[in-house]
Design a binder for this molecule. Sequence first.
Ligand SMILES: NC(=O)c1ccc[n+]([C@@H]2O[C@H](COP(=O)([O-])OP(=O)(O)OC[C@H]3O[C@@H](n4cnc5c(N)ncnc54)[C@H](OP(=O)(O)O)[C@@H]3O)[C@@H](O)[C@H]2O)c1
Length: 282
Amino acid sequence: MAPLVWLVTGCSSGFGREFVHEILKRGDKAIATARRPESLEDLKKTGAAVLQLDVTWDQNRINETINNAIAIYGHLDVLVNNAAYVLGGAWEDLSYQDFHDAFETNVFGPLKVTKAVLPHMRARKTGTNIFISSISGWNGIGFDAGYSGTKFAIEGMAESLDDEARPLGLRTLIVDPGYFRTDLLSQGKLKTTVSSIPEYAEASKAFNQALAGINHKQAGDPKKGVAVVVDLVRQEGVASGREMPLRIALGQDAYEVIKNKCSETIKLLEDWKDVISSTDLD
Ligand SMILES: NC(=O)c1ccc[n+]([C@@H]2O[C@H](COP(=O)([O-])OP(=O)(O)OC[C@H]3O[C@@H](n4cnc5c(N)ncnc54)[C@H](OP(=O)(O)O)[C@@H]3O)[C@@H](O)[C@H]2O)c1
């Protein structure tokens, strides 16, 4: 198999960084990107090509950056839309701008970067677009709307992309990790607020304490998680002889959360089937 050329967003830490190490380990080419180029110095030393890319840049600047990326190895096979951050807080405490900023990074970022690579992949009739979503893209919990909303959006957008681009030879993969030990919930990365509204104060405090308690104690190993994703793309290891699915959950917690959501949804449909089925025109 010829080496694949990958571009990964958000490589300053966490999954992004692990992707680059795993990609290079498999003999593929990695283009590591981050909004702070200085955070990529050590990845450059391990053999990755590096580029500055802030996913909140405008479409023209992102197109230019992706064209520069494609020029490095002459083509691009795999895009990993990885960059994102967690916005916590009650609906009433977060401003429209807070929500807007989270969508700008977590949704419109992947949208713009993917739009920049699609013409290239369409012309080559091959390519894989990966979207790192979350269990928060399946299940909304209190004080998580600013993050969960973005991941639900990505789920639907990526699923639609798969339906329209699969006939052209392009693959889409949505990755739904549970809790993995990265910097996602660390001070400086996590954006969250304790409610100033008395009715929410206690629950909001408990939410923030829970996140702080989980930080750097998550069960998920990012190295193992990215190895599964690289296996799926390369159809080797755990994925040898198997077609790449549209979605893959990662982690036992993700399995439970998504299974419960599906079971609850099926129960809801069955409990209300008579009503649900009653609204067609006579
Ligand atoms: N870890 C988990 O438990 C978990 C669970 C489910 C889903 N995920 C998803 O996994 C992905 C990676 O997160 P992680 O866990 O590896 O956390 P992380 O260590 O915080 O990594 C997030 C990365 O996104 C980058 N980023 C943020 N805003 C950006 C922007 N505007 N432009 C470019 N890069 C930007 C960060 O760069 P800076 O250093 O510049 O901020 C950082 O490199 C995210 O999509 C996250 O939602 C993680």
